[in-house]
Design a protein around this ligand. Sequence first.
Ligand code: WQD
Length: 335
Amino acid sequence: MKILVTGGLGYIGSHTCVELLKDNEVVVLDNLSNSKEEVKDKIKQITGKDIKLYIGNMIDENLLDKIFTEEKIDAVIDFAAYKAVGESVKKPVEYYTNNISTVLVLLKVMKKHDVKKLVFSSSATVYGQPDHVPIKETDKTGGTTNPYGTSKLFVEQILKDLYQSDNSWDIAILRYFNPIGAHESGLIGEEPNGIPANLMPYIVKVASNELECLSVFGNDYPTKDGTGVRDYIHVVDLAKGHIKALEKLEKEQSGLYIYNLGTGIGYSVLDIVKAFEKVNNIKVNYKIAPRRPGDIAECYSDPTKAKEELGWQATKTIEDMCKDAYNYIVKSKEN
Ligand code: WQD
């Protein structure tokens, strides 16, 4: 198939393009707001294959129309969104515009060109403050605590309403837990601009002496060691989940499917620090700091549905995630 990947040069998008290129042609639309054009070359280095790249914004209906006219697109994977929780609190209008309005334009152009297969990148944040773990897809959503999570919740509702109005659509909504790690080649990975908000990119910068010390946000949570517990999933496992979701859409003519993409295992902050130190044989300086507003104690998935319906499950270990995350930074400093 020929797949349009919006945000395809980004962290999760680029890893998904690598997997897609095994059996598909890939067209990427990316506005380079949180990615670099050179990632296209890295993808070629890994796969030996080219992607067709369009640089621009999904809000640009004429550009989207041009892409669908020039390329015979069979399905779309939509990654294009801003995703920094803290930033979204400070810039709600930018987040709602970028994360919601762009999808409305995409859906309009897809309909015009009769392309109705869509894989949408959603997030575990749509569950808000879960009242129990592990979390199933049937658990309540809502009560989101930031505009980023709310924007994902709103798009999920838009897709449900769209399917309700026209059930010739074929949609898979994928709720990511905590993606970390990098491709084993070290050629692509996560490289947030500035001071990282997320745990693993921060640990990597401390380990590579770019930052001095990790602040562990709270050790008084009701968890095994008092620090926050999350469901970390290797970004390559996550990418493979998208391939399986596409295969599902290819097999079914229509439908709307929702899947948690996680490992089903919760690790604490200190678990991650210890695993990272062990597998990379390096010290990570940290100090206990106050809790981060909006954080929850525990969040991890029940990934049974994706295993049963997609034949997908995460296989990489926390050690793989820590090794590959550090390897990426080491390799990027060599080049
Ligand atoms: C993980 C744990 C922190 C940084 C967010 C988004 C989610 C997804 C992933 C987009 C928590 C602790 C963190 C630090 C720390 N993004 N921590 N010191 O908040 O679970 O999820 O990113 O889809 O939607 O909500 O991820 O990596 O920020 O935090 O102690 O410097 O690490 O308290 O327990 P989070 P995170």
